[in-house]
Ligand binder design. Sequence first.
Ligand code: MF3
Ligand code: CO
Ligand code: CO
Length: 275
Amino acid sequence: MTTYLEAAAAPLKNTGQIKLYSKEDFEGMRRACQLTARCLDEVARMIEPGLPTKEIDDFVLQFGLDNNAVPATLNYRGYQYSSCISLNHVVCHGFPSEKPLRSGDILNVDITFIVDGWFGDSSRMYIAGEPRRAAERLVDLTHDCLMAGIEAAQPGNRLGAIGAAIQELAEANRCSVVRDFCGHGVGRLFHDAPNVLHYGRADEGPELKPGMIFTIEPMINLGKHHVKVLKDGWTAVTRDRSLSAQFEHSIGITEEGCEIFTLSPAGLHKPPYLT
Ligand code: MF3
Ligand code: CO
Ligand code: CO
């Protein structure tokens, strides 16, 4: 049985219980998440064929330092970068690299800034140069999947309603949902309870209550859902080498529905960004 507790009274660790945050806590999340969203807006301006993705990572670190924020991934469990940059068949946790982007590459940039102790976690897809049709379609579908999950994130629904909505849309479009990684509670911790599955049944999981804060971050594959992690211990790729896409928002459950903390202030929700 899941239990809930006031975040203010909770220890600063994952106890498996679901933390319920206050109005003031939501304000803290808004600040951290809007910084992350602004950074992802800036990244949209940088993307072009020829750009080594390490330059995106360098920009993210500098943007954080300039804004009194620390990238949460830097030295997180041995991870060495300020962002995760996952190209083409890389599902998540890709390393930034010196290899230049090529026209037609699709990439996810995942950033988490810590601002005053609050974690703002979000990612978007970008397309370098001229997209291929299948890639463009996958990126669009994946954003639709994220938004379908967010629409199901309402008080009174169960957590499983989110995954069910995502899975239904992905599979109706002959794509698959990655099982091996999920969304997560977020707030004053990077990864907290509950696990937010991107597949499953609407009548399963704990009830969604106002004050809950978590991410939704579906990874959708053009081929099968199976994933393997490379020998570097981080880079997750599709087993069948098919293309994979992901978008992520940090959200909070309210009395009326939910608030998307990481919404783009510039309206750069999905490609083409036309900046
Ligand atoms: N930002 C990722 C997430 O959405 C986590 C990255 S952990 C890292 O949960 F170590 F790979 F950076
Ligand atoms: Co996340
Ligand atoms: Co993330």
